[in-house]
Design a protein around this ligand. Structure first.
Ligand code: ATP
Length: 326
């Protein structure tokens, strides 16, 4: 039988993502409603090891739903990857009588939770906090919607210049090894072409498209470049276009702008639903699973599956983005 959960710890880990604060707020408020005590672990697994753990009351999460970043801070902890580090982390949790943890982060954070819960009897629930949307078991991750909206806004601004000067622009977006941000930014801005990690994008293909553009007197072109694509970063692609095809272009790297900023309404609602469901799930005895949203319903995926299975990008969406940019 599962032991009764009375004290929950919550932390954010890995890269920050807009909506993490809203998720923590939802955990704290839901727990308070059900008379559970909540503790915030400051600085991810590093804070767990160092015992940087403080009680959070419902007022401590006032006025944060609209803020990007994470007030609990985040960190990448090498020490947690060691048995000794995880033993220290367990001691810290026990020192605060923590019964269960809510971990908000990406696949690294889930890997840490998976390894930890194999050795220690502390139930974990994972929430997908990463702008990359690359986590198996959820249609959306916390921060992804905000990131694509930021990228779309940036692209709209670049379009003004590209149009005015008849230029070709390469705009590099984040997403690590996944093309979700790039693909949806490309669709949302009507980009001429999108370099994705999931498919081969030979430069000749782009050159042919640009020739078609010029035939129909389209003199400016926006191209989205996913940072993890196989043809190289935006700067490299632009250089090759010049050297191999004598085509001039400009490059913009949106970079960390995509990680920050006030979360969109979608991300606030998603984060709130996930934080609320994390507490309810723990109370119902669920443990060592990652929560997500699939077909607009809360879904549960084991950490092992969330880590090892690969979320596939919708091939039809890629096809659609090509068709719509002819
Ligand atoms: P993002 O997607 O934004 O990078 P992430 O959660 O994948 O987020 P990571 O830095 O990869 O970010 O992982 C967060 C933390 O999880 C690491 O700093 C480390 O403390 C812990 N972690 C990752 N892999 C392991 C592992 N194999 N064993 C134990 N802990 C791990």
């Amino acid at each position: 039988m599962n032991k009764e959960i009375k004290r929950i710890a919550v932390f954010t880990s890995g890269g920050d993502a807009p909506g993490m604060n809203a998720a923590v707020r939802a955990v704290v408020r839901t727990a308070a409603y059900y008379n559970l005590h909540v503790y915030g672990i400051y600085g991810g697994y590093e804070g767990m090891i160092n015992g940087n753990i403080k009680r959070l009351e419902k007022g401590d999460v006032a006025n944060i739903i609209q803020h990007g970043g994470t007030f609990l801070k985040t960190a990448r902890s090498l020490e947690f990857k060691t048995e000794e580090g995880r033993a220290l982390a367990y001691d810290s949790l026990m020192a605060h009588d923590i019964d269960a943890c809510v971990a908000i982060g990406g696949d690294g954070t889930y890997t840490g939770a998976n390894v930890f819960t194999q050795s220690y009897d502390v139930p974990f629930i994972g929430l997908p906090g990463t702008i990359d949307n690359d986590i198996y078991g959820t249609d959306f991750t916390i921060g992804y919607d905000t990131a694509i909206n930021t990228a779309v806004e940036a692209m709209d601004k670049i379009r003004d210049t590209a149009h005015s000067h008849n230029r070709l622009f390469f705009v590099e977006v984040m997403g690590r090894h996944a093309g979700y941000i790039a693909l949806n930014t490309g669709i949302g801005t009507g980009a001429r072409y999108t370099f994705l990690p999931e498919v081969d994008n030979p430069l000749e293909h782009l050159v042919q498209l640009l020739q078609k553009s010029s035939k129909r007197n389209k003199l400016f072109n926006l191209v989205v470049v996913a940072e993890g694509n196989k043809s190289g970063d935006a700067m490299t692609i632009a250089q090759k276009m010049k050297e191999e095809y004598d085509i001039d272009s400009k490059v913009t790297i949106i970079g960390h702008l995509q990680r920050g900023g006030s979360p969109t309404a979608f991300d606030r609602v998603l984060s709130s639903r996930l934080g609320y469901s994390a507490v309810k799930s723990l109370m119902e005895g669920k443990q060592n699973v990652a929560l997500g949203l699939v077909d607009n319903k809360i879904s549960f995926t084991t950490f092992a599956d969330a880590i090892s299975k690969k979320k596939t990008i919708d091939a039809d969406l890629i096809k659609m983005s090509e068709i719509l940019s002819i």
